[in-house]
Design a protein around this ligand. Structure first.
Ligand code: ADP
Ligand code: MG
Ligand code: MG
Length: 255
């Protein structure tokens, strides 16, 4: 069983005033087929965790470990992490002007699979995945994230995930800025990948709204760079009612 294991993770970020400690000892295990939600107030370190898993150079691991099936993820380059089956849908996806969605997806798939997908089956795969996300086929010829609406950016991220079939998918606020229809479509896309049972999903979100569509087996609350509470889906319902106040005022986030 594919397993991502994060142990005692401490991460600092380079700022203009020097390094600043953001994560202060995160422990998390995500197995293939499981869906985990990481919830928490703004600034609690959720995106820092996602960048650290993907290998963003600005974030330095100062203590602790990340392994995938026992392999040291921290020793891997960003590309090697992707080839190992780690996928990150960023909170703020970047534009890649001049590169079409179609070419981008094909080169990503080639990089991750180690060989170029056969063109005929690939075209069918892309068409089917796009149809599932209610995307116009013409979208494939647009430049990656160039002039995309918020909803289009998030759908494009889910399209990538559906085609790359990662072992571990980290979805950083894939629900933010979506209207109800886009949220429903994006959620269905995530559920479709989940239903295949081959991917461990780390659903990072500030809001509880997506959890009406996707019921995670595990909910973790992050505050002040630590996981301060854990439970099942019932915890999401508690957060929907009472928000994060008790965690923030409780002192865990004050450090
Ligand atoms: P979240 O995703 O939960 O909102 P982040 O991980 O984005 O939290 O941020 C956690 C803290 O780290 C915040 O105080 C934020 O300002 C700081 N931080 C994150 N990335 C950077 C960066 N590149 N430069 C400076 N500060 C950062
Ligand atoms: Mg934030
Ligand atoms: Mg964030």
């Amino acid at each position: 069983v594919s397993t991502l294991e994060i142990r005692n993770l401490h991460v600092s970020v380079e700022t203009e005033e020097g390094p600043r400690q953001i994560l202060r000892g995160v422990d998390l295990t995500v197995r293939k087929g499981e869906t985990h939600a990481i919830m928490g107030p703004n600034g609690s370190g959720k995106s820092t965790l996602s960048y650290s898993i993907a290998g963003h150079p600005k974030y330095t691991v100062t203590e602790g470990s990340i392994t995938l099936d026992g392999e040291d993820v921290l020793a891997m380059s960003v590309d090697a992490r992707a080839r190992a089956g780690i996928f990150l849908a960023m909170q703020y996806p970047v534009e890649i002007p001049g590169v079409s969605v179609s070419n981008f997806l094909r080169s990503s798939a080639t990089a991750v699979r180690g060989e170029a997908p056969k063109l005929r089956t690939w075209v069918k795969e892309v068409k089917a995945a796009m149809a599932g996300l209610e995307m116009d086929p013409a979208f494939a010829e647009r430049g990656v994230n160039e002039g995309f609406s918020g909803g289009e950016k998030k759908r494009h991220e889910i399209l990538q995930m559906a085609l790359l079939k990662p072992k571990i998918a980290v979805l950083d606020e894939t629900d933010s800025g979506l209207d109800v229809d886009a949220l429903r479509i994006v959620s269905a896309g995530i559920e479709a990948v989940r239903a295949q049972g081959e991917t461990g999903i780390l659903l990072i979100t500030h809001y509880t709204r997506i959890l009406r569509y996707i019921k995670p087996e595990f909910v973790h609350v992050m505050a002040g760079g630590r996981i301060v509470d854990e439970g099942g889906p019932e915890l999401a319902a508690v957060l929907e009612d009472s928000g994060y106040d008790r965690y923030v005022k409780g002192g865990a986030a004050a450090a």
